[in-house]
Write a protein that binds this ligand. Structure first.
Ligand code: CMP
Length: 139
């Protein structure tokens, strides 16, 4: 399955630091089309559910606390080869290891407060975008 879509979130650190505009510009200039977008705040149960795959990890509770610490921007993005190209655009999970010029290298605070999320597979892009967006909210 190659759906040409990915799901992204601009996380609470980047929203607090006023980077929404700069990050959206970098995404769209890289060729990603915005197919759905919303500014919202996750509840604790929503954040726990979204990151359920990480529930056994030592950072899970802190991650949930961080992800509910302020608004996020949820995004459904479209481009050929979306998953791989988006992960290249955002850089490594740990911003200190991210390539120069990537979104995380420029805007992230730490491995946890890492500015943006990007889906790791076509399957998860569908699951994650269905989590945030109804059919009516997509173009
Ligand atoms: P994300 O790509 O959204 O997927 C899982 C998130 O968990 C990740 O970005 C980080 O915000 C967080 N994360 C991953 N690894 C660590 C870690 N070693 N320590 C703290 N947080 C982490």
């Amino acid at each position: 399955m190659n759906t040409n879509i990915t799901f992204s979130m601009i996380k609470p650190d980047a929203v607090r630091n006023n980077y929404i505009g700069k990050i959206l510009t970098q995404m769209t200039e890289a060729g990603f089309m915005i197919k759905a977008m919303k500014l919202t705040e996750l509840t604790v149960s929503q954040a726990r559910a979204f990151y359920e795959v990480h529930k056994e990890r030592p950072f899970y509770n802190d991650l949930v606390e961080f992800m509910t610490s302020g608004p996020v921007v949820a995004l459904l993005l479209e481009k050929d080869n979306a998953i791989e190209d988006f992960r290249t655009l955002i850089g490594s999970t740990d911003p200190s290891k991210a390539d120069k010029g990537t979104i995380r290298e420029k805007y992230a605070e730490s491995i946890q407060n890492n500015a943006v999320h990007g889906s790791d597979s076509d399957e998860n892009a569908v699951i994650e975008s269905d989590f945030f967006f109804s059919r009516l909210e997509r173009v």
